[in-house]
Every structure is written in C-alpha cells, then in structure tokens.
Design a protein around this ligand. Sequence first.
Ligand code: URA
Length: 203
Amino acid sequence: MLDHPLAAAELSVLRAKETAPNEFRAALRRLAVFLFVEAARTWETRDVKRQSPLQEFSGSEMARPLALVPILRAGLGLQEGMMPLVPDASTGHIGLYRDPTTLRPVKYFCRLPENLADTQVLVLDPMLATGQSAAEAVSMVKEAGATRVQFICVLACPPGLAEMQRAHPDVPIITAAIDPILNDHGYIVPGLGDAGDRYFGTR
Ligand code: URA
C-alpha cells in the first residue's frame, strides 16, 4: 500500500464530496503519479554505458516496454496522470460495465497492444470493489500474452482484494488505501463515490 503524506492528502481531496470535477481530475492525475512510482519500484533495469560531458558513466534504463491498460471509464484518469512520465508507453483499453443486478462484469470493448509477452503491463481502475472487473481485465491481458501484470487502484476493499488473490495471486496490487466496507450496491465505503461520474462530471 502507498505510504506517502502527499498521496494521502490527494486521496482526501478525492474522497471529499464537495470536490468539484476539475479538482477531482487534477487530484486523481497527481495521485496516479505516486501510484505509478510505487509500481515501478520493482521493475528490472539493464546497465548502460554513456558519456557525460566529462567522462563515461555507468547508468541504467528500463529493461522492458510498458503498456498502460485502463478499464473504461474511470481508469482513464490514472492513465492520463501516468502518461507524461512515460510518453513511450503504449495504451490498451478494456471496456467492462457491471450488470446492476448480478454485479458481474460484461465486456463491451477490448483493444490491446501487440506483443505483450515481454511488456510490463499495468491494469488501471481507481476502485477495486467486488474485484470481478479487475480479475476479468487481468484475465484478458493474460490471454493476450501478458506475463508481467500489476493492478493499480486508488481504493481497494477486502472482497476485491480476496477476489484478486483467488483469481490472480501472481498479480501485485498497488493501492493508496484499503477501505473496510463494500455496500450492497457494490460501492466502497467510505470510498469516494462513483469515480467515473466524478472524473467526467456526469452526475
Ligand atoms: N466503482 C466506483 O466508482 N466506486 C465504488 O465505490 C465502487 C466501484
């Protein structure tokens, strides 16, 4: 779990119900940077030799290409925050909506980068609620060949974490906080409400 005072302050902005959509968008993008840096902590690098203005030095570069895979819609907020740090990353999109009765994910869109086998893949969704959309999205990137997958969210809750552990125990989860409750409507409590509606100003 992310442990940083600046990230905690951004999360409080996101949670507050009076935060307007423009502030919400800015805070989510800033928090995405902290989550991204935390995820990257474990990535492999390779050694490179380069020349400074004064002499040769030993440096490093990332060993693998990167793909960001936001789950539509709200995952776009995390992708937009991360992209300036890694302008060479490719982006895939996964569209899943939750059937309001069963709360099961229904796939309506999938377009992923090619050659994911040796790519670091970040699946992005601000809310890890029931975990079913997250697990489905990770299955989709694995079916497309991904072997190195991390899941990044802003808030997780125990049922979501348990579902991901059951379905994809190999996939690390990076989150800014874990909230205690998933209510009967599939919302995380205290949470931040509907992340997509708040990011896009649709409610
Ligand atoms: N999706 C959201 O946007 N919010 C929640 O609390 C749960 C799922």
